[in-house]
Design a protein around this ligand. Structure first.
Ligand SMILES: [Zn+2]
Length: 156
């Protein structure tokens, strides 16, 4: 759930079996929303979705490429969650001396499935692209990979 400052990635070589699915989504169509205090633009987020599509992660079939941007003062950005949404925002109180990015989940029902995810990225993150790809992996329900340092979900 946490990406340390020591996370450095030069290239991504991984196969799907190296991804560890921790959580599944409870929705058949997940929408992606960016708060306008985020460092990312819709095309950056679409690149992250495309990356995970190439990795052929099953959760991704549920994620819409129709990314929208909303006011950082909107209810959605202030609360951080909304059913069936992945939200991407700026640091918002993130302890930036510790983390480049963070992903938080909300669960619903008895089956423990994810109903909402909230990604926050520090605009001083070491590598903004890799940080987004990594945190988006968490938003899809993936945990860390501890073995392959070239895996985007690797965390030492
Ligand atoms: Zn992580």
């Amino acid at each position: 759930m946490i990406l340390g400052l020591s996370f450095i990635l030069t290239s991504v070589v991984a196969n799907a079996s190296e991804y560890h699915t921790k959580y599944e989504w409870d929705y058949s169509k997940v929408k992606v929303v960016i708060c306008d205090d985020s460092v990312y633009e819709p095309e950056d987020v679409i690149a992250a979705i495309s990356f995970w599509e190439k990795e052929n992660h099953t959760a991704l079939k549920k994620v819409s490429k129709n990314v929208t941007v909303v006011d950082a003062n909107s209810d959605h950005c202030k609360k951080g969650w909304k059913y069936g949404h992945i939200l991407i925002a700026g640091p918002n109180g993130l302890n930036t001396s510790l983390y480049d990015g963070k992903c938080k989940y909300w669960y619903g029902g008895d089956d423990g499935k994810v109903v909402s995810a909230y990604i926050r990225i520090d605009n001083r993150a070491y590598d903004l692209k890799d940080t987004l790809f990594h945190e988006f992996g968490h938003a899809l329900g993936l945990g860390h990979n501890n073995n392959n340092s070239r895996n985007i979900m690797y965390t030492p």
